[in-house]
Write a protein that binds this ligand. Structure first.
Ligand code: F6P
Length: 370
């Protein structure tokens, strides 16, 4: 097989498991196929301007570059969620405007002599990949990542397991204070419009109430749960609130206005619940926002293995010329699905999800109770 030059980039928010993917891609491409692997810095920024230098820098990766990175969070290539070449943000006369700069990507692709690109990212990156394919950059293979676990075409994404573990450990810690001080502790977790982190962390952390984006809540059932626990000699409670949780008939809680080229920032869901509950209960309340703590740190064993499998299989897809595909986990198998399928419909917690049902059987409240 002719020697190939492939590029790998990581896009969107960082996520534990990205470095295992980079390592697996580099080692498989070099060892199995004898190819060259360009590590592209900061997603499409590195292809937009070949001289662009963040601290990372475009680099022809060797096995030495990926030595020891399996256990490291983040991404050695750097990432960006502001590098969409179809909506690139420029400042024109003091105003931020979104412009299409994709032709420059194509020029630089030719200049470097790349044969294929492995794009590691979430729904946003897969949508960009799909657009790029439509504009002639066809040789792309996708690798799904996100702590939110909201990509439809794969059973699970790496990063999710690590994020849930961080959240559970935090809930365990907060429980100590809740119990010692007779307090209601609210924990806001990430996930955007999907409640998977909240549901899994809430169940594993023994939460008394879990508020999800998919199940709009009322505060009365939550207050009733807290009162029931108090009456049973447990004057403390743990409430897990997804950052995208919203009251019945209301909207998500956000921070500031949406900036050009960026998504609106979800923030304040737990504080809003705490404020509302304050009027309904007598116990003290405290809200903790876990935020980006959930995105960093060493990936769990599960995420290291999934990232490694995805990286290796992505290289094999390139070798077989199966472009426009994304690796995905189905059951215990890594399969290839169309990138278009991955972006078609986001995954959400179904209100009748078996985990929701299990939690309800155990007395966990979701805020939609009569
Ligand atoms: O998609 C991953 C995620 O961590 C979401 O859970 C969260 O809403 C968002 O990214 C935060 O993005 P940023 O790093 O831009 O604040």
């Amino acid at each position: 097989m002719a020697k190939k030059r492939i590029g790998i980039m990581t896009g969107g928010g960082d996520c534990p498991g990205l470095n295992p993917v980079i390592r697996a891609v580099t080692r498989t491409a070099i060892r199995e196929f004898g190819w060259e692997v360009l590590g592209i810095e900061d997603a499409f920024n590195g292809l937009l301007d070949l001289e662009y230098r963040s601290p990372h820098g475009n680099v022809w990766l060797t096995e030495a570059h990926v030595e020891g990175i399996l256990s490291r969070g983040g991404t050695i290539l750097g990432t960006s969620n502001r590098s969409d070449p179809f909506k690139y943000v420029k400042t024109v006369e003091g105003k931020k405007v979104e412009t299409d700069v994709f032709d420059r990507i194509l020029e630089n692709w030719q200049r470097v002599g790349l044969d294929a690109l492995i794009s590691v990212g979430g729904d946003g990156s897969m949508a960009i990949a799909q657009q790029a394919i439509g504009r002639g950059l066809t040789n792309i293979v996708g690798v799904p990542k996100t702590i939110d676990n909201d990509l439809g075409a794969t059973d699970v994404t790496f990063g999710f397991d690590t994020a849930v573990n961080v959240a559970v450990e935090s809930i365990d810690r907060l429980r100590d204070t809740a119990e010692s001080h007779d307090r209601v502790m609210l924990v806001e977790v990430m996930g955007r419009d999907a409640g998977f982190i909240a549901l899994h962390a809430g169940l594993a952390g023994g939460a008394d109430a879990i508020l999800l984006p998919e199940i709009p809540y009322r505060l009365e059932p939550v207050a009733a749960k807290i009162a029931e626990r108090k009456a049973n000699g447990r004057p403390f409670s743990i409430i897990v609130v997804a950052e995208g949780a919203k009251p019945k008939g209301g909207d998500v809680s956000t921070l500031g206005d949406r900036e050009a080229g960026a998504m609106r920032r979800l923030f304040g869901a737990a504080a809003r619940v705490a404020e509302g509950l304050g009027a309904l209960i007598e116990l003290e309340l405290r809200a903790t926002v876990l935020g980006h703590v959930q995105r960093g740190g060493s990936p769990t064993t599960f995420d290291r293995i999934l990232g490694t499998r995805f990286g290796e299989q992505a290289v094999r897809l390139v070798a077989r010329g199966e472009f426009g595909k994304m690796v995905a986990l189905r059951g215990s198998e890594v399969v290839a699905v169309d990138i278009a399928e991955a972006t078609r419909e986001p995954k959400r917690v179904r209100p009748d999800d078996s985990l929701v049902m299990t939690a309800r059987s155990l007395g966990v409240v979701f805020g939609d109770e009569a």
